[in-house]
Write a protein that binds this ligand. Structure first.
Ligand code: ZN
Length: 193
């Protein structure tokens, strides 16, 4: 009984980690983050940031492609190895594919969309124009929303999702948080302060 549970659990964990590889690794490379302040400081809304949102969108959807790996291993395992291990691999990667595609069909917004990038671009355009909130408008993406650094006006009511910067809560806690939230915005008490 315990051995079966362990096999299923290791299959499921493995599939979970493999499908999160694009999200957890690529954007966190140091040279990719030189132009951003360290996490969790607010980020200035500029071309780099908008590009980053689009990259994160790509990594979010790349997970579907990476799900093919545990599906393949799961299939081999079901055929030739441990059926329970294979089932663990299958259920997690299958669930990921199902939940992301159904959410997409249902019109639910993933954490990173082209629309989000466009809303940010819009904030940037307004700040650069004569309609800006103040003379020295500096839109910054804080944890809960986009605010002007100069006058404090809220410019976009959009909590900040994980943008791939190496996390200030360290490797282990940051890793666990990302696994739990899947990169969606979250506000915890220690970050609000
Ligand atoms: Zn302002």
């Amino acid at each position: 009984m315990w051995i079966e549970f362990f096999e299923f659990f290791s299959g499921a964990t493995m599939a979970y980690l493999i499908t999160r590889i694009p999200f957890l690794t690529f954007p966190r490379v140091k040279t990719w983050n030189d132009q951003f302040p360290p996490h969790p400081e607010p980020i200035y809304i500029d071309g780099h940031l908008i590009q980053r949102v689009l990259h994160m969108r790509l990594f979010y959807w790349l997970a579907l492609f990476f799900a093919i790996i545990p599906l393949t291993f799961g299939w081999i395992s079901l055929e030739h190895g441990s059926a329970i291990f294979g089932f663990g691999l299958w259920s997690v990667s299958g669930w990921l594919i199902l939940s992301r595609t159904t959410a997409f069909i249902a019109g639910e917004e993933p954490p990173f969309t082209k629309q989000l990038a466009m809303r940010l671009q819009n904030v940037k355009n307004i700040s650069d124009s004569d309609d800006s909130c103040c003379a020295f408008a500096q839109p910054m993406w804080e944890i809960a929303s986009v605010r002007c650094k100069a006058c404090g006006k809220m410019l976009l009511n959009e909590p900040r999702p994980d943008l791939g910067r190496p996390r200030s809560d360290g490797w282990i806690m940051g890793f666990i948080r990302l696994l739990v939230t899947d990169g969606k915005a979250f506000i915890s008490i220690d970050e609000e302060e």
